[in-house]
Ligand binder design. Structure first.
Ligand code: AMP
Length: 222
């Protein structure tokens, strides 16, 4: 059977990370979030983390060459042999070209791009209420998915915080980066017949039921 390679696409804060994590757990595939990889480098103060920091804090995309090498190294890992889920990558046409080139060298290709979208006011509300655990990266929302104890992660007891780039003044920059640089990937995947669109306005479980049904449908065709 060919590898299951899913790309999760959509604006920041739309909820694609939550959906990607659920699908990865169900399909037992690695969930590769470039945002998480960068935050980990930032925490460990690696050279890459220090290079990425300024861009991330400003809500800008990190330059392609830094991202591409990071992902290409990651997908060579043995745990990616059956496939993987890319969350937040590719985010530019150049990143997509690098991915396609690397995959085609091994006779592989993206199985599907799952595209999540919601009205901008919903996205802004989701991002500004989002809280993330410093310890395990679990995500919460002050209104829709609060922690049981204020500021304390339910899963690991770590401290929850608002990501610097989730602050209101950074959100419009992130959305404009998305519109200018990532948006063009939507028609690109559509033309290739790989795009599956999801309305991300509903509840997590309701959307996930659709995501899972789609992934299972693809598997049965493979
Ligand atoms: P995320 O957690 O996906 O919202 O990513 C947080 C930040 O990491 C982004 O605003 C970018 O600065 C950086 N980043 C993550 N993925 C990429 C990517 N594929 N290309 C460029 N920058 C990225």
């Amino acid at each position: 059977m060919s590898k299951q390679i899913f790309v999760f696409l959509g604006p920041p804060g739309v909820g694609k990370g939550t959906q990607a994590a659920k699908l990865a757990a169900d399909l037992k595939l690695p969930h590769i979030s470039t945002g998480d990889l960068f935050r980990d480098h930032l925490k460990r103060e690696t050279e890459l983390g220090l290079k990425a920091k300024g861009y991330m804090n400003e809500g800008k995309l990190v330059p392609d060459e830094l991202v591409v090498d990071l992902v290409m190294d990651r997908i060579k890992n043995e745990d990616c042999n059956a496939g993987f889920i890319l969350d937040g990558f590719p985010r530019t046409v150049a990143q997509d070209e690098a991915l396609e080139k690397a995959l085609s060298a091994n006779g592989e290709k993206v199985s599907a791009a799952l595209y999540f979208d919601a009205p901008r006011d919903t996205i802004v509300e989701r991002i500004s209420g989002r809280r993330t655990c410093r310890g395990c990266g679990a995500m919460y929302h002050v209104k829709y998915a609060p922690t049981k104890q204020d500021g304390v992660c339910d899963a690991c007891g770590g401290e929850t915080y608002q990501r610097e780039d989730d602050a209101a003044e950074k959100v419009s920059e992130r959305l404009s980066e998305y519109d200018n640089k990532t948006g063009p990937l939507v028609p690109h995947y559509r033309e290739k017949g790989l795009l599956k669109e999801f309305d991300a306005q509903g509840g997590v479980d309701e959307i996930y039921a659709q995501v899972k049904a789609f992934a299972e449908g693809l598997k049965s065709q493979a």
